[in-house]
Design a protein around this ligand. Structure first.
Ligand code: 5AD
Ligand code: SF4
Length: 479
């Protein structure tokens, strides 16, 4: 094992521990120590992000830090002096992608021996993965985790100066750190963290181990950030948390998320979204706030995972299929134009045909606009990974296919309803596939491709929907 001052490995066992200690909120922790300040001058970094929006937002912090150190950003791997992969651990195929990429990039080191490789994010929090990287991926110079992004300047300096592997992963979350640098990748849409971590411990999920315990940011810090985004021309914020409904529980704020959402709405930024909501603690107060404010978008991501109550119990989801349906009904009753997206896992250990059928029935009931569907992937260290599984892989694949067919049917059916209607679209820019066509999202979170003149990125325009594609709608600007 390399001798190095910065050699600290993660432990999933330690990561599982939850204490009642109140988390400190640090406003002045980040600094660039003198020797790290110009480390990047004349050097370029390449940053690739895998996985969820929390990682996207972390990458904006990482980019902010590297730019402050004098680095410039490149999108071409061959040009880079520092290649960093911000990784996801939620399923095995996400990890395989990263390991494949590391294999492919290895050859760049023969061309440029000074090239540094870094890996961070959720995979870095897994002891098994770090051991594998140390043994089989000698090209990786720097590994750090989700809890110590603020340490990047010192860690990178150490790795570059000593030319020794530098590994620093904290198993346990630390403080909530405010005022880190940030380079926002979007010009009109911004991610805003409202809390970190997850305490739900669904039995299949690695996130509570890789992202630590639930910690909320102070409401004033969040509101100040959103006010500033509005003042600098941002049109949309997405409030982020593994489970936003738990916002404020650790700060003893009653009705935390509903209160926060209302305060954010009052700031008057044109569009507010949030993700992800857990059906278990989605309150009627939250529904009321979404219904009351026009700038809270009527599009809810409500992961169901399974339509069968016994399965939900084994998954540790804390709601029954009836309770989920009742929540869905209450939302629709107060927000009739609300669209729904969801996450579904098929092939959980020992899932029966009938249990899978209940999931299909749930899709019939909720008629989701969009569903992210996954085959269960065992995650080392989680309770489900220790369950015996009698469902063969071909059965799981076949279930996934049947599920996707049903999901596609409703997605298309819902989209058809928009033909002839006018929707309001926040313009992202020209469509990637056709530079005669603009694209953006409607309030209901539908992807809209449309034609029009004098359209500017960041405008909110009215679009008449003329026809429907599988995953998007076509239209033309009116007025
Ligand atoms: N296997 C398959 N899917 C998973 N998810 C989380 N953990 C696993 C796993 N071990 C899915 C859930 C979650 C989404 C982000 O990823 O559906 O909502
Ligand atoms: Fe994972 Fe469940 Fe937490 Fe979502 S709520 S991050 S699925 S443990």
């Amino acid at each position: 094992m390399p001798k190095n001052n910065n050699f600290r490995l993660p432990s999933l066992k330690d990561a599982q521990i939850r204490t009642k200690e109140t988390v400190k909120i640090e406003h002045n922790l980040f600094k660039l120590p003198e020797p790290t300040r110009n480390l990047g001058v004349g050097r370029k970094f390449f940053l690739r992000t895998y996985g969820c929006q929390a990682n996207e937002r972390d990458s904006e912090t990482i980019a902010g830090i590297l730019l402050e150190m004098g680095f410039t950003r490149t999108d071409i791997e061959e040009e880079a002096d520092f290649i960093l992969l911000n990784t996801c651990a939620v399923r095995k195929n996400a990890e395989d992608k990263v390991l494949g990429e590391l294999g492919m990039l290895k050859k760049l080191k023969t061309k440029n021996p000074d090239l540094m490789f870094g890996l961070c994010g959720c995979m870095a929090q897994e002891e098994e993965i770090v051991q594998l990287l140390l043994k089989k991926y000698p090209q990786v110079d720097l590994i750090f985790g989700t809890h110590n992004i603020h340490r990047l300047p010192e860690l990178l300096y150490n790795a570059m100066m000593t030319k020794e592997k530098t590994v620093e992963v904290y198993s346990k979350e630390g403080e909530v750190i405010e005022n880190l640098p940030v380079k926002r990748f979007g010009k009109h849409k911004a991610w805003v963290n409202i809390m970190y971590g997850c305490d739900k411990f669904c039995t299949y999920c690695i996130v509570p181990y890789t992202r630590g315990k639930e910690r909320s940011r102070l409401m004033n810090d969040i509101l100040a950030e959103i006010q500033e985004l509005k003042d600098t021309g941002y049109k949309e914020v997405t409030l982020l948390g593994q489970n936003v409904n738990a916002y404020g529980k650790d700060l003893d704020i009653e009705n935390g998320f509903a209160t926060l959402l209302e305060e954010v709405a009052k700031i008057g930024i044109p569009r507010i979204r949030f993700t992800t909501s857990h059906p278990w603690d989605f309150t009627d107060d939250m529904i009321d706030v979404i219904a009351k404010y026009d700038n809270v978008m009527p599009a809810i991501h409500l992961p169901v995972q399974s339509g069968n109550s016994d399965m939900l119990k084994i998954m540790g989801r804390r709601y029954t299929s009836e309770e989920y349906k009742s929540l869905y009904d209450r939302i629709i009753a107060k927000i009739p134009n609300c669209t729904f997206s969801t996450d579904i896992i098929v092939g959980f250990p020992n899932e029966t045909d009938q249990q899978f059928q209940d999931t299909l029935d749930m899709v019939d009931y909720c008629k989701y606009d969009l569903a992210y569907t996954f085959i269960y992937s065992p995650r080392e260290g989680t309770p489900a990974a220790r369950m015996e599984d009698n469902v063969p892989m071909d059965v799981k694949s076949e279930r996934l296919q049947r599920l996707n067919e049903k999901v596609g049917l409703y997605s298309n059916m819902n989209n058809q309803k928009y033909v002839g209607k006018v929707v309001r679209v926040l313009v992202d820019g020209l469509s990637k596939k056709n530079d005669q066509v603009y694209s953006g999202y409607s309030e209901e979170n539908k992807l809209i491709n449309f034609t029009g003149s004098q359209v500017q990125e960041g405008d909110i325009v009215k679009v008449l929907i003329t026809d429907v594609k599988s995953w998007s709608l076509n239209g033309e600007v009116v007025e």
